[in-house]
Design a protein around this ligand. Structure first.
Ligand SMILES: [Zn+2]
Ligand SMILES: [Zn+2]
Length: 268
């Protein structure tokens, strides 16, 4: 008997062509996951909710938040959608498939894990390059306009950077020739992860409290609030690349000082 996921997949593949699924439906899925996961932290900041867990004392004004949202919609429609449409033949060439049966979970999970590790590696070096003087000034400074990030700022970047990030995201799927289901799951998880990293809030239930090697909001928030030549913390998902290459020294020092401060406060 078909599982609910297989039935839903059957419905999709019999009502839409693979081209429609890989382009327009992928775009709509991305928009839904991105805005639904990103809007809560925007409203938390706007209405001062959960301020106890807000990482920075500073807040963005509502008009500065709205500016980000409108530019994102413009970039998504004018850059992301054409890019998804134009890259369909390339994906097809790489072995993209959408027919039933769905791949086994062992394949889906191992591929998605591989994509996260590879993306983090490519992102780390690309992001380090973006922090050199010329590239920072002309490209990456756009992403850093928001020194106090909120979830939706995760995708706020220069179009050239969107292309670069797009490459880091698809290099894993390109190497393995995935099923569209795996590709969608990867995209959704990557969006949720980057939105969480930019949320500006560190909750007791934040995933970095439970997942070893996962950076999360506290790790990436530091990257946004410190001067671009000194910030470090270049990885997108994990913490080990910055640890191996010594680009998390400033962050580790700050954490150590925070711990000493907390201990002193307890001993008073
Ligand atoms: Zn940066
Ligand atoms: Zn960022």
């Amino acid at each position: 008997m078909a599982s609910p996921i297989e039935s839903a997949w059957q419905y999709l593949t019999s009502n839409f062509s693979e081209f429609q699924l890989a382009t327009v439906v992928t775009f709509l899925l991305h928009e839904s996951v991105f805005f639904l996961s990103g809007l809560p932290s925007l409203y938390f900041e706007r209405f001062g909710l959960f301020s106890k867990y807000k990482i920075q004392k500073k807040s963005n004004t509502p008009s500065y938040q709205d500016r980000c949202v409108w530019r994102l919609i413009k970039y998504h429609v004018c850059v992301n959608l054409p890019l998804m449409t134009a890259s369909y033949p390339a994906f097809k060439f790489m072995g993209l498939r959408s027919s039933l049966p769905l791949p086994p979970w062992s394949e889906v999970v191992s591929q998605v894990l591989f994509y996260f590790i590879l993306e983090d590696f490519v992102f780390y070096w690309g992001h380090r390059a973006l922090h050199t003087k010329w590239l920072y000034k002309h490209v990456h400074s756009v992403h850093h306009e928001y020194a106090t990030p909120f979830g939706l700022t995760s995708e706020y970047a220069h179009p050239a950077e969107i292309l670069f990030l797009g490459f880091a995201t698809i290099v894993g799927p390109a190497l393995t020739g995935p099923h569209l289901f795996t590709l969608w799951l990867w995209m959704a998880l990557r969006v949720l992860e980057t939105v969480e990293c930019h949320s500006g809030y560190h909750f007791p239930w934040s995933p970095s409290n439970f997942l070893p090697l996962y950076g999360g909001s506290d790790f990436h928030d530091y990257h946004h609030r410190v001067l671009y030549t000194k910030s470090g913390n270049y990885s997108s998902t994990f913490t080990y690349m910055d640890w191996i290459f010594g680009t998390d020294k400033g962050y580790r020092k700050m954490k150590a000082l925070e711990e000493v401060g907390e201990m002193d406060a307890k001993n008073l």
